[in-house]
Design a protein around this ligand. Structure first.
Ligand code: SF4
Length: 222
């Protein structure tokens, strides 16, 4: 098969997977709790190396005391550290959320910027966090969110041979329609949590098995 036809077949398979994921998880949404773009940004920074469930236990007290960028920017760093402690790497995370909020106040008029390049200037913000914030706070799809689940499943599903998140994102951007970039990520995260776990994926119960090369090639599971 020519490279062009192979690519078209892969694109077609990606679309079928997307349709199936939408049927499987029709109500999938961001599982972090927040009320404003700043709170979403902070919650997303805290979710690095941590579950959304754990972050959602921490943010009510954090946002009750420091609800917006000016409040977090001027908070005592030790207060922030103790409030986010249970999310892990708390010193770094406290430093980043304060640094990000200070930059938001000083450079962006107190509002989370809507441009990828500007978001990437904020401490603790890489493309994954920026994509989540743009998509869920503003409905802007500038990239595909690639977290550990999206990276693992996209590889297992044979849609990328890459393992670096930036390269995985580049492949997914070429394969998927832009309006569905975040639909893809959110639903793949649900599937990664419930069926296609890092260890022991449940291929025999997976509704994507007939579209997934790893169902019959367990060596792709790693
Ligand atoms: S068939 Fe197996 S490897 Fe493929 S998506 Fe489903 S659970 Fe994951």
């Amino acid at each position: 098969m020519s490279i062009t036809r192979k690519w078209a077949a892969k694109q077609q398979r990606a679309l079928e997977i997307l349709i199936r994921l939408q049927r499987l998880y029709p109500d999938a949404t961001c599982t972090l709790n927040y009320e404003t773009p700043v709170q979403l940004l902070v919650a997303t920074i805290l979710s690095a190396q941590c579950t959304d469930e754990r972050v959602n236990k921490v943010t009510p007290a954090l946002f009750a005391r420091f609800p917006d960028a000016p409040a977090i920017a001027s908070a005592d760093i030790q207060d922030l550290e103790s409030l986010v402690r249970s999310t892990g790497f708390y010193r770094n995370k406290a430093k980043n959320i304060q640094g990000a909020c200070r930059a938001i106040v000083e450079k962006f008029g107190g509002k989370v910027p809507k441009r990828m390049e500007e978001l990437l200037e904020l401490p603790g913000v890489a493309r994954k966090t920026a994509n989540v914030v743009l998509a869920h706070a503003y409905g802007i799809h500038q990239g595909v969110t690639v977290d550990t689940h999206v990276k693992r499943l996209s590889y297992r599903l044979g849609l990328t041979e890459e393992t670096d998140p930036i390269r995985v994102e580049r492949d997914l951007i070429r394969l998927l329609p832009q309006p569905d970039w975040e639909n893809w990520s959110i639903r793949l995260i649900y599937h990664g949590r419930s069926i296609c776990m890092a260890r022991n994926p449940n291929c025999s119960s997976c509704a994507l098995a007939d579209l997934c090369p790893s169902a019959s090639e367990p060596q792709r599971h790693s």
